[in-house]
Design a protein around this ligand. Structure first.
Ligand code: SAM
Length: 221
């Protein structure tokens, strides 16, 4: 699904705008060298998440789906010295690679990786009465998305922002007959975001190095 040009334009934007610095490049390369799949966000998306945090003055960020810590490292570097990122990852090996990357990126002191199913870790955060998060980025297993949004609503405050990645899935999201669990999860989460009394939301399609996809963004009322 990679139209000629999409990846080239992402590479151009990265170079022209200096989106991926040496620190993030090292994180991405160490993740690939550890044989984790290359499914982290693009450099442009990582910068977008970091900017979003700065725009809303975020101090505490929650992430569903760590992988090698590329997006979490980008966000952590955008927060102030008192910033905190909690990132949830089911695969202990991914968590281990991510922790090494956080040390590499100089943000290990402000990033905590919780290993286990994201729904269980999020539930534990709710149960311990953790302080609300200012930004939540949802990028784990896609069938889990509707549940992750419900959990995120219990971990945020009015004004917090929730981002859900990969909601377009090469256009498959528009296929009402799809039985793909990821597509079903995306369709359901978009309906949930659009109709939820505590959320104002939209979704945007994207093309680029990662093909044709998109993300949803919502603000908690
Ligand atoms: N946000 C990362 C980035 O941009 O660098 C990419 C995350 S990757 C797309 C999805 C991650 O979610 C994988 O590392 C996968 O192991 C993890 N994952 C899958 N199912 C999960 C679950 N039920 N709970 C927590 N993490 C899960």
């Amino acid at each position: 699904d990679h139209e000629p040009g999409w990846a080239e334009v992402d590479a151009f934007l990265d170079e022209a705008m200096g989106l991926e610095d040496q620190v993030l490049r090292d994180v991405r390369e160490a993740t690939a060298a550890a044989d984790l799949p290359p499914i982290e966000v693009s450099a442009a998306q990582a910068r977008f998440l970091a900017l979003l945090c700065r725009m809303i003055g975020a101090r505490r960020v929650l992430e569903f789906g760590t992988l090698g810590g590329y997006s979490a490292a980008s966000v952590a570097r955008a927060l102030g010295d008192d910033g905190e990122v909690v990132t949830l990852e089911i695969d202990p090996r991914h968590a281990e690679v991510a922790r090494a990357n956080f040390r590499r990126a100089g943000v290990a002191d402000r990033v905590e990786v919780l290993v286990g199913p994201a729904s269980e870790s999020a539930r534990a955060l709710i149960d311990t009465g953790t302080e609300p998060f200012d930004m939540v980025s949802i990028d784990a297993d896609k069938p889990g998305n509707p549940g992750y949004v419900e959990l995120a609503l219990q971990l945020t405050r009015p004004g917090s922002v929730i981002v859900v990645d990969n909601v377009v899935r090469h256009g498959a999201v528009a296929d009402a007959g799809s039985d793909d669990p990821g597509v079903l999860g995306s369709r359901e989460v978009l309906t949930l975001l659009g109709g939820h009394p505590r959320l104002d939301a939209t979704a945007l399609q994207t093309v680029g190095a990662k093909g044709w996809d998109g993300f949803a963004v919502a603000r908690v009322r």
